[in-house]
Each structure stands twice: as structure tokens, then as C-alpha cells.
Design a protein around this ligand. Structure first.
Ligand SMILES: [Fe+2]
Length: 172
């Protein structure tokens, strides 16, 4: 009987030492200022909008120009060129899509993409010159873009250009 009553007795010390988890209330931080694109300059929105749209259209056109070169390249070293060009143009529609979707998402507006005449490429040298031009166009655009995520995506296009140019110049 004595043992049973001792078991039922509560130890007052144990309840007193229980600690409750502390609740810390943090105030929401104010959002950093959203980068703003360049101001509107006439038809087609801002000059940055125009440049992004033009870049995307160039990448789409380049896909077809390089596909045609891939099919017409012949002579010594042409198999390496054929394969290198094929790998390059395969990636271009995805790069153009990523650029436009990303830009339209961040700026919350739809771009006006105007048709541009595609470039005709007859030789591997034409292809290399075009790769240099696209690289330059992208670098210029990157310098104007306030969105690092889009700048980084464009680096992947330049990386693909570099790799293709290396193969066209040195793998025969
Ligand atoms: Fe092919």
C-alpha cells in the first residue's frame, strides 16, 4: 500500500522545470526594389524589349540557316562540320524560347517579335562569321539586361557558340 501511493504522487519539481519553446516573431523584410527595364522608346516597347525580341528572332533564324548549311556542307572535313553544326542548331530553339519566356515573365509583358530576313550560309567560313556576330549581339544585350538570371542563360548560348566555333575551326 505504501509503495502504490508513492508511485501516484507527482513530483512538483519536474512540472516546474518544463520550459516552453520560445516563439520569435520576425517582421517581414521589405522587398528589394525590382530592377526596371529601360524606358519605352516608341514602337515595340523599350529599346531593351526590342533588343531581346531581335535576339530571339536571330536565334530562331540561325537555327534554319545552320540547318541548311549542315545539309549543304561538303568536301574535306565536312563530316566534322556537319555534326558540329547539327549539334549547334538543335539547341537554338530552346535558347530562344528560354530567352523570351524568361524576359516576358520578369517584365510581365509580351514582346513584339518582328520577322527578320535569315542569313544565307554557303560555307563553313560563313558559319564561323555568323557565330561571331551572334556572340557579339548576345554580349551587347547582356550588358544592357538588369536580370542576372537571363544574362546567365545567355552565357549558355555563348558557350554553345564557342564549342561549335572551336570544332569548325580546328576539327577537320
Ligand atoms: Fe542531319
Amino acid at each position: 500500500m505504501e509503495t502504490k501511493s508513492r508511485l501516484l504522487k507527482r513530483n512538483p519539481e519536474s512540472t516546474r522545470t518544463l520550459s516552453r519553446p520560445e516563439v520569435t516573431v520576425t517582421q517581414p523584410k521589405s522587398e528589394p526594389a525590382k530592377p526596371q527595364p529601360t524606358p519605352d522608346a516608341g514602337v515595340g516597347g523599350s529599346s531593351l524589349d526590342t533588343m531581346v525580341a531581335a535576339c530571339a528572332m536571330e536565334l530562331m533564324n540561325a537555327r534554319n540557316s545552320f540547318h541548311k548549311l549542315h545539309l549543304k556542307v561538303t568536301g574535306e572535313g565536312s563530316y566534322a562540320a556537319h555534326v558540329a553544326i547539327g549539334d549547334f542548331y538543335d539547341g537554338l530553339p530552346g535558347h530562344a524560347d528560354t530567352l523570351v519566356e524568361g524576359y516576358q515573365g520578369v517584365t510581365e509583358k509580351i514582346l513584339k517579335c518582328k520577322d527578320v530576313t535569315p542569313r544565307t550560309l554557303d560555307t563553313v567560313a560563313d558559319g564561323v562569321a555568323y557565330l561571331r556576330d551572334i556572340y557579339g549581339m548576345i554580349t551587347k544585350l547582356q550588358g544592357m539586361l538588369p536580370y542576372s538570371e537571363i544574362v546567365n542563360n545567355l552565357d549558355l548560348v555563348k558557350d554553345s557558340i564557342n564549342s561549335t566555333k572551336y570544332k569548325l575551326l580546328f576539327l577537320k
